[in-house]
Design a protein around this ligand. Structure first.
Ligand code: GLA
Length: 405
């Protein structure tokens, strides 16, 4: 670390010589509720949630492709931290209330930790302990300005970043970054009880700048797919937070597993359309997998006209067959198409959160402004619209000379 950075570290009260870890959130272009059925999805990593090992985080607004509308939120997480020798993991939050302290050997039950954001810390500590990490202490601070429940994987970005940082503080090495994804998912399941799939953690780790990533959730292979330059990826938040704990997420997953057992396949990925004709939940999974593959074929052939109908068919399937949409998400999809998007769909689990749309780049600002205004007129709610650019996945970054926050 050079002298300037050391001075910045001291100014912020962090010890010099430590590392910075960054982990992005994601927007899923197409392929929802397929990951836990061994299927395909096509997310892109967006923004960066940053972990700082004793240094100062960048503002990261340059990771956005420019907001279409001023966004009242800054979607960044920062954790400052370093190893310590008392066998405790202590993490404070600057925005959220409280401090979390758990044993570094992972014996504290993550689901009982208070305040609730600390359950992710405890989940990571336990997941790593189960993998054999030495119980080295960690002293950290989380800065969280990410809106919870936006459906942009803020929790997974945080758990991935914490997993990388706390593992390193305990000198724990990884053979394969996919193990990080599995550990982060395990941490989240321990923290929330929600039996999620691996899409969010894999995308956070393996995102590729300017590409969506085709994720095969059976082999866990990743294929970057270039995004069209002509169109912006526009995200619109409905203003309604969603939480997966207490939602029908676990129920849907159980219904998928029951359907696979009934059909006699290992996972719904292996079912045919005839197998699922009379089962709307399973039908969504089978048709959505095909839409992902068709979407990738269209992207590779630069067949922009084929993309919109696939996005709309995906939304219809999530709304009608899988039943995870809301009237607000349906309205946003209609408004986006009315105001020039070539297609739109809810993104992530549903139950609230965001929709994603493809809009001709030079028309994106106008489309976003009109949609937000019309949404307010219809619902009285404030939507937030912003264009996103795909970024690289999580990893260590150089301590930035950027602004002290
Ligand atoms: C949430 C889960 C993911 C995935 C999506 C739906 O984001 O964390 O694993 O199942 O919902 O596609």
């Amino acid at each position: 670390m050079d002298t300037d950075l050391a001075a910045l570290d001291r100014a912020a009260g962090f010890p010099a010589g430590s590392r910075v870890w960054a982990a992005p959130g994601r927007v899923n272009l197409i392929g929802d509720h397929t990951d836990y059925n061994d299927g395909w999805c096509l997310p892109l990593a967006i923004n960066r949630w940053t972990l700082v090992g004793g240094s100062i985080a960048p503002s990261n607004t340059d990771y956005n492709d420019g907001f279409c509308l001023p966004l009242a939120i800054d979607r960044e997480r920062v954790v400052t931290g370093r190893p310590k020798s008392d066998g405790r993991v202590t993490v404070r939050s600057r925005q959220l209330a409280g401090e979390v302290e758990v044993a570094a050997d992972g014996h504290d039950d993550p689901s009982r930790v208070e305040p609730p954001w600390g359950r992710f810390v405890a989940g990571v500590v336990r997941a790593l302990a189960e993998l054999g990490r030495e119980p080295t202490g960690f002293d950290g601070t989380v800065t969280s300005t990410v809106p919870a429940g936006s459906g942009l994987s803020s929790s997974s970005a945080l758990s991935v970043a914490l997993t990388l940082a706390i593992a390193e503080a305990g000198d724990f090495d990884w053979d394969d970054l996919r193990e990080v994804a599995r550990a982060a998912l395990h941490a989240e399941v321990l923290a929330t009880g929600v039996p999620g799939g691996l899409m969010d953690q894999m995308c956070s780790l393996f995102g590729v700048a300017d590409h969506a990533v085709l994720l095969d959730c059976r082999s866990l292979s990743i294929t970057p797919v270039a995004l069209p330059r002509s169109h912006a990826v526009l995200v619109v938040h409905s203003g309604i937070a969603r939480t997966l704990a207490g939602s029908a997420y676990a129920k849907r997953r159980a219904a998928c597993e029951a359907a696979a057992a009934r059909i006699g396949v290992a996972a719904l990925r292996d079912a045919t359309i005839d197998d699922v004709a009379d089962d709307p939940i399973a039908r969504h999974v089978v048709t959505e997998n095909q839409r992902v593959l068709d979407f990738v074929t269209a992207l590779e052939a630069d067949d922009i006209n084929a993309l919109g109908p696939l996005l709309l068919a995906s939304h219809a399937s999530l709304r009608d067959d899988y039943a995870v949409s809301t009237p607000e998400l349906d309205l946003l999809v209609s408004l986006l198409v009315e105001h020039g998007a070539i297609g739109a769909r809810l993104t992530g689990a549903g139950f609230g959160g965001c929709v994603v749309a493809l809009v001709q780049r030079n028309h994106a600002d106008d489309c976003a402004a009109k949609v937000v205004a019309a949404y307010q007129e219809h619902t009285g709610r404030e939507a937030h619209a912003f264009a996103v650019r795909a970024v690289d996945g999580a990893g260590p970054v150089d301590p930035p000379p950027g602004p002290i926050r």
